[in-house]
Design a protein around this ligand. Sequence first.
Ligand code: PLP
Length: 364
Amino acid sequence: MSGRAFLQIPGPTNIPDRVLRAMDRPVVDHRSPEFAQLTEDVRVGLRRVFGTQDGAPMLYPASGTGATEAALVNALAPGDRVLVFNYGIFSGGLGVIARKFGFEVDEVALRWGQAVPPSEVERRLKADSPTNPYRAVMIVHNETSTGVTCDMAAIRQAMDAAGHDALLMVDTVSSLASIDFRMDDWRVDIIICGSQKGLMLPPGLGILGTLMLFGLREALRMLVDEEGLDNVYARHARLAEGVRAAVRAWGLPFVCEDPSTASNTITAVRTPPGVDSNELLKHARERYALSLGGGIGELNGQAFRIGHLGSLNELEVLGTIGGIELACADLGIDIETGSGLLACQRAFLSAGTREAAPALAAVV
Ligand code: PLP
């Protein structure tokens, strides 16, 4: 198919050309001063993204899942108790991983579409065993399967209110460098993340070894030094609002139950009853080269997910929304063609995209 394909899954995300070019170079000596400087540059940038002065970023040769395993086995001892909340495939996955490594897991079942209620964290911690207390509370900041973001500041407050000193371990795989995160302010002990989402790199940081660090340095320059993290977070919020406006216009339900917890990196949408979301995904991919995320776990066949994170702008979001509308129209799915596009454009205009326009209009 001619033209560029649209990769709008919630990660891996599109890799900017600059980042690709930064990795397209000969391997360097990993014991050279140049390499030491490279890792230092990367760690300085990562600290900014993590929101920490003193935190120690570690680059681990693995995917996000491998980083979770590394965090658990390095911070805890076998048999330690951990508290997890299941509100999607990745938060549920934390319990699965922790059990595999021999930790004792208390798993609180929530509805998929719900965020972790801070009051529940406080209640569980207050009721904890005084003799064998939890050693860690594990939270997925942004649950990628449902498009729900947890309020980490409130969760930290809940832990403080309970007077509990469990470690706070947070999976930021689909939020880091896209949604504001403050490791120091929220006193997060361990952050887990991967390279393939907000950081705009291929998955599996260590697999490509040294060359990927050049890409990471370039990505951090773009995010931290050039666009600026506040602007990065604001852009993700603006693009997400455009996507949500489109979904509202289609009249399709969000998986996320509470709009105040809606994710700025991924939106999960329920398909109408009787419509298999996998059919929609297949058609969008084959006919329009538009890749969307599928419903996973209990949402398989019932939902699709629009990824709107990483290297992305307004027109790409509009292309994605337009592509979904075309695919729905082809399959006879009952949404009004163009309604989402219009709503998305209006959301962008009212969010201030238009502010950039007067100069252009004057030239025309
Ligand atoms: N945690 C979250 C929130 C994720 O979204 C993902 C992947 O999408 C993972 C963990 C697993 O990461 P990886 O696929 O890099 O192992």
